[in-house]
Design a protein around this ligand. Sequence first.
Ligand SMILES: [Fe+2]
Length: 291
Amino acid sequence: MFYDDPRCIKIADRIFKFENVIPKDIYGPIIDKTKDFTKGTNFNSWSMRNWYENRMSPSWVELFPLWEFMEELIYPELVGHPVMSLMVTDNTDEGMFIHTDSPGKGNCNLLVEIDTWQTCCELEYGMIAYLGDYTGGELYYPNINPDGTVKPDLDKSSNEVYEPLWQARLLEPCLVVETKPGDVIFHGAAYPYDHGTKPTLTGTRYAFSNFILLAEDNPGTFYNYKSPEYYEQIGDKTMASLGKWMNPLEINPQFANVIAEAIERDNLHREGKDTNIATPAIDAMKAKIKQ
Ligand SMILES: [Fe+2]
């Protein structure tokens, strides 16, 4: 497993860090690419929470070597599905809201974002690489003590009982993890690894979020890294080949209507047409979200 790598630092159970591990020849071209990008200019139909709306980059071919580098860290036991965009924050942004990366196995009814790859309920870890010239943006874990021990579970018998306990917990000291440019962080995907990020204080912080699962848990929506089908699909690693790789092998039936609406809006945007169309499935999903 990745945590047997001598470069891997254990911070707490299921929280790990590789410090300054991204090779310069991978890091440099991504940073060059960010210089041509203005935050908030990427049309994004795919996020249900408003927080993401102006904070995602387009798909960049320059991110593919970083994706492969991160897959090497976790190979062969774990795999990530295709990802090609960055989350972008600066000092005009609030920190990222507290969330878990997965509702946990068997809890797909609790999903609040489109689960394109049918992996969100199977995840073992979130694996995030950080780039940019920034300060701030630390990760924090409200359910984990500063010494790495897990706080007791809160009484979830009713929202009336739970909510005051949770609000009190947010005022307590908790584990805070610095995320410096070049680092790769791993944390458990489900409870108790709820996490948020503190605001970026200076500069622009780029986070490359990958969500990883056991190779044997791949639901068949993508080809595992280094499989013969994977090599065939990525072809010459140009955007034309990688565009196919970015499409799941099977549409998630739970989100088929939402995905169809997102694709339609993307296509209208690409054609320079009005994207302000009726999206009842997206609206219904957004209505369930407080954030
Ligand atoms: Fe996360």
